[in-house]
Design a protein around this ligand. Structure first.
Ligand code: ASP
Ligand code: MG
Length: 464
């Protein structure tokens, strides 16, 4: 049994739909469950349109709706098996688009765009796509039916990043989908779920990987196959370091570290259900399917496992400074709370043992919100006046995270990293190493990111 996931980058237009459908056919000797995210860029457009509706920019809303409509219409034209099927699919698409139009109207009238309504709005991307992908499978002679994941993915009501109830979802999937497959291939909507009361939720941007892994866990499949537009996990971003190589095997733990720091390869939550059921996750390239890709599993090959030099740019380093941090330990919690309560992701925290200051990294776009919250937070403000000297911001920084199970227990790796950075003239702004020793993270100025990735890669690859 295989659960395979196709993301938006593999589902751009009719041609890509059929290409992906052929890939499914190659596995036809196995039981297959397909999970899809929305058509390329549709989720972003649905969200943008929600904001336009809130601003009452009716014409722009209509223009975007038309673009979404056209995109799906073109795909239907390309993939429908016969005229009856085309009519039926066009009809289904029309009614979805009409429903969306009414929801956007509602947003304009009520003057409110809540996270709850955004979840309903974005759910249309996956719902439309699953119907179309299932039609593409039928077009090439496979039996298939679309599944709206809201019938089994049970979540809490944290709209926008809902927590999934794994056991309930597993039971419902087996009961409502798996039991009735009869050799037909279900195409399940990724990313979306529903509360016990039937209210639509989403499980976080790029959450389709996570949906695939929850389904894999539910049926204990042999492999979760994530189709992407790259050959697998690489030792660095090839745009920064052209000598980067694809890694054939990595452990779940290494993959978790990378997903957090590299962001793009796989959704961080994907690992958990796979680890619980010990299912390997394979990443393969839709445009180079004969390449074996990267396997993420419990076991990894010590000789094969490489060091991965991840990097994230576009960050700001916020430093809160003052003697109060030493005197009032709970102040650290309050500082971080002021930021996280705004739903701002903190990428790294660094605190010297003198406890005189604490530094943390956030996305540059979140900097102002973080500062406002820090200053507005009454408790913090009171303490700022008494015991915190200043809040300093260093914009335009990047994190370089050196990740690898190999790092554990190796003496001198950090030293090598620092000395190569030093001899290449890269100033280190802050550092952090988790006690798992799988990750050493360094903050540098964005302008030094490429140089830092290159010199660390060259210094360490194959040498530790
Ligand atoms: N379509 C959703 C998004 O763009 C989920 C996904 O891509 O996995 O975030
Ligand atoms: Mg996506």
């Amino acid at each position: 049994m295989v659960v395979m996931k196709f993301g938006g980058s593999c589902l751009v237009g009719g041609e890509e739909f059929l290409n992906a459908a052929e890939l499914v056919k190659n596995y036809h000797d196995k039981e297959i469950i397909v999970v899809v995210s929305a058509v390329y860029k549709v989720t972003d457009k649905l969200i943008d349109t929600g904001h336009l509706a809130l601003e009452k920019k009716t014409e722009k809303v209509e223009k975007n709706l038309k673009e979404i409509d056209e995109k799906h219409r073109e795909i239907i034209r390309y993939i429908a098996e016969d005229t009856d099927e085309m009519k039926r699919l066009l009809g289904e698409k029309d009614s979805h688009i009409e429903e969306l139009r009414q929801i956007y109207k509602g947003v304009s009238l009520i003057n409110e765009l809540t996270k709850r309504s955004l979840d309903v709005i974005t759910s249309f991307g996956e719902r439309l796509c699953a119907v179309l992908f299932s039609a593409a499978l039928r077009k090439i002679g496979l039996e298939s039916f679309p599944v709206d994941a809201r019938i089994f993915m049970t979540t809490d009501d944290t709209f926008g990043s809902a927590m999934v109830d794994l056991e309930t979802s597993k039971e419902k999937f087996n009961e409502k989908v798996f039991k009735d497959m009869n050799g037909s291939i279900p195409v399940v909507t990724g990313f979306i779920g529903s509360t016990e009361d039937g209210i639509t939720t989403t499980i976080g941007r790029n959450g389709t990987d996570y949906t695939a892994s929850i389904i894999g866990y539910s049926i204990k499949c042999d492999e979760i196959l994530i189709w992407k537009d790259v050959d697998g996990v690489m030792t660095a971003n090839p745009k920064l370091y052209p000598g980067a190589k694809v890694i054939s095997n990595i452990s779940y733990q290494e993959a978790s570290e990378i997903s957090y720091f590299g962001g793009e390869i796989i959704h961080p939550k994907t690992m958990l259900p796979a680890v619980l059921a010990e299912i390997p996750i394979r990443i393969k390239n839709t445009f180079n399917p004969s390449y074996p890709g990267t396997v993420i599993s419990q076991k990894y090959d010590e000789n094969c496992s490489s060091l991965i030099v991840c990097s994230i740019d576009g960050l700001s380093l916020i430093t809160v400074e003052g003697a109060g941090l030493q005197a009032t330990p709970s102040l650290v919690v309050k500082v971080l709370d002021a930021v996280t309560k705004e739903n701002i992701n903190i990428y790294m925290i660094s605190m010297a043992s003198s406890e005189y200051n604490i530094s943390f990294l956030v996305k540059s776009k979140d900097t102002q919100r973080a500062l406002i919250s820090l200053r507005q937070d009454l408790e913090v403000l009171r303490l700022v006046e008494h015991s915190i000297n200043k809040i300093v911001v260093d914009e335009n920084v990047a994190i370089i995270a050196c990740v690898g199970a190999k790092l554990k227990g190796r003496i001198g790796v950090a030293g090598k990293i620092f000395s190569t950075l030093g001899s290449n003239g890269v100033n280190i702004i802050a550092i952090a190493q988790g006690s798992s020793e799988h990750n050493i993270s360094i903050v540098v100025n964005s302008k030094n990111m490429k140089k830092a990735v290159t010199c660390i890669h060259e210094e360490l690859d194959g040498k530790i």
